[in-house]
Design a protein around this ligand. Sequence first.
Ligand code: ZN
Length: 474
Amino acid sequence: MSKGFVLVDEPLIEYVIDQADGREYRAGEYVFASARDIAQIRLRVFDAIKRGEPNIICAACHTPAYPRKHLDTGRFHFVHVSEDSDKDCPYNEKRRRLDTGRIDSMRYNGQKEGPDHKLVKSLLRSSVDVDPDFDPQLTREEKNWYGATDEKKWRRPDIAAVRKSDAGNSLKIAFEIQLSSTYLKVIAARREFYLKENALLFWIFKDASGTDPRQYQDDLFYNNNSNLFVVDEETLRLSREQGKLVFRCCYYEPVLECVSVTDVWRERLVGFDELTTDICNQRVYWYDYKGEKARLLETAGKVAWEREEDKLRERYVEFWIKFHNGECEDPEREYRQIRNNLSNHDILIPERQDREIARFTQMVLSAKAGEGVLTGYKTLLEVANHSYIHGKQFLWHFGRVLQHYGNWEKLLAQDRDAERKKKSRGKDHESWTKKGMTIKRGIDGNSIEFRQNRRYDKLFFFLFPEISIPSANK
Ligand SMILES: [Zn+2]
């Protein structure tokens, strides 16, 4: 007995509303220390009925209910004061497996009797009333809204209003105040009803502080483009000052961090005239979360792709340096890996590494470095001279890189030095200025001698994204 009286295992009444504070309680939340405590509550209920005061009511049928000791178990359960209620209460229908949806609907309506709900409703009503875009004749509180196609179907929104829109059309709005998110089925049914009515269901919250918006996942918040609207004392003051309906809009703003997108909780004051309304999806929002998120994800994808390309470029060069230095443990396997990675980026290179791709790589990397890379030759001039004889097919690529990195001048300077030395020894010298012209003429004139191997163009522009792809053939 020291544990007191707890709820029976399968109570008929699962929730009650204490009208004194307007809140709903699970019956199991009550624990009575003694039979006297139970009797006291019972007395309170019957006194309230006599005096017509706020009472404890069944959350489903909204008639008074009181706790009663359960004789068999020494526990307690809530029972309706009126025996008629026992018959008509939706909880009874549930017990007979008739209808369960009605309980949610009734519980939802039950919260409308609480002081919080009444307060928000009056703040909202006053805010709507100062906005001249709302037709004052058509603003109504808790009046039945009958379906246009089926009059037997109706809803009773907290506030119904009609607003002039920019196009001269009018927008029918049903404002519903939402204090908790426990009635998902009710919400979904309401959305459908107003969609058929070509009207907008507009949810208003009491506050968003201390609200974890994730608890609204998959319902109100996310369906509403991650925007929620609050009406409070401050917004009412601003509505009055500005002569238009003002809300506190709380929303998620997606933010790009490196390659991932995270949501940041934001809040700002907005006027109704700044909102986007979307009846088809029953959405109203100030911040386009979904649009912004899609844009950022696209950017994040691009950033990730570019990073991967950067890494692959590095690995390509690393491979050839290791290969040149004889440091590869298994050159065939390592080359195959690079080849597979490149093919993921739509770049095809020969199945096995051969002299041709080695030559191409050596020439372009040397041209970029301004000295011999992947070769025994040290100076740029040595590499250029060797390439002029053995790497003719890649001179176009070689020249592009030289020019881009300003190494053409370096080559000419080294060439002038060599010319001086040769001439002092009485030897002939063909200058690189002249060779450059010969190469250009040869390539432009499609001479067989200077026919270019352009099989590596994709690889080339991948390795040198800073060198733009020529628009024409040249
Ligand atoms: Zn009931």
